[in-house]
Ligand binder design. Structure first.
Ligand code: PGA
Length: 288
């Protein structure tokens, strides 16, 4: 598969790059024993790995999380929600069991939470995390952090959350999903790249994409999200996108320079950013 934009000057198709080992953060091939990607290449400063299908992406992402867990005595993980991550958490829980990996010394920070949804609401991200992940691994409950969407003053809750991440020494590996409009966390288009954790008004595109979870209920229109600046301070960032619905935005990310119109392009300025794609999400940006 070759990137459409740079057909002439990109390395030969099929060539496999080494898994990134850079800076202080060492994730080695031995730690990530998964299927070989169809493409493994550095593009616009991003380590891009394209796998045959979503199952292989899930395995790779799960192995990244296990590797992150092993790489530090007190690992700080940044976690995401959404459909893409449901199978990833299931795979992480299974792998952790098989390999006897413990989350007992981990601290987790989730990207976002809706304003006005209590933790027990089935559509809250507190509930999602408990259901898909925290209840399946040995995470200490007092080390699982998400923004508090129920505080009377959400702005203050956002600022406190940002401080909490800083006080814990920052995030080792931040996992990210991708919105069809290019959002990361709930950082919608035009969010400044130096933004801290803040309250956002969700865009029409996000309301439409997520309303499927709310069925006949009105979904919240505001959320608290880690800022792009906060996300970029993580020592490693792993963005995961699967499925054909993400193909147009993946194409755009590789077509343009860094632009606040497409929040995910902020990762091009990160020294240790990885993008994991399946063939379907990569299909418009790359050609075979
Ligand atoms: P999805 O959401 O995994 O459900 O596609 C991703 C996101 O909006 O960040």
């Amino acid at each position: 598969m070759r990137l459409r934009r740079t057909l002439k000057n990109i390395a030969k198709s099929g060539q496999l790059a080494k898994v990134l080992v850079s800076g202080k953060w060492h994730i080695t091939d031995a730690m990530i024993k998964t299927a070989q990607p169809v493409v493994a290449r550095k593009i616009d400063g991003l380590e891009v790995f394209i796998y045959k299908d979503a199952q292989q992406v899930t395995e790779r992402a799960a192995n990244e999380m296990i590797a992150a867990l092993k790489a530090a005595p007190e690992p700080k993980l940044g976690l995401a929600t959404g459909g893409t991550f449901e199978p990833i958490y299931a795979a992480v829980a299974e792998l952790a069991g098989k390999r006897d990996c413990s989350f007992s010394r981990a601290t987790t920070f989730n990207l976002d939470e809706y304003v006005g949804l209590p933790p027990e609401d089935p559509q809250s991200y507190h509930h999602y995390m408990h259901h898909h992940f925290f209840s399946k691994v040995d995470m200490p409950t007092d080390r699982e952090f998400l923004p508090d969407g129920m505080q009377v003053d959400p702005k203050r809750a956002a600022a406190e959350y940002d401080d909490l991440i800083g006080k814990n020494g920052g995030i080792d590996v931040q996992f990210l999903g991708l919105g069809v409009n290019g959002h990361i966390g709930f950082n919608e288009p035009k969010t400044p790249f130096d933004s801290r954790t803040h309250v956002v008004e969700l865009t029409e595109s996000t309301l439409q994409a997520n309303s499927r979870y709310f069925q006949d209920r009105k979904m919240p229109t505001e959320a608290i999200t880690m800022g792009i600046g906060t996300i970029l301070e993580s020592r490693r960032v792993v963005l995961v996108a699967t499925g054909a619905a993400k193909a147009p935005i993946i194409r755009k990310i590789f077509e343009v320079e860094m632009t606040e119109e497409i929040p995910a392009t902020a990762l091009k300025g990160h020294p240790n950013a990885v993008i994991l794609l399946d063939a379907a999400s990569a299909s418009e940006a790359f050609e075979r």
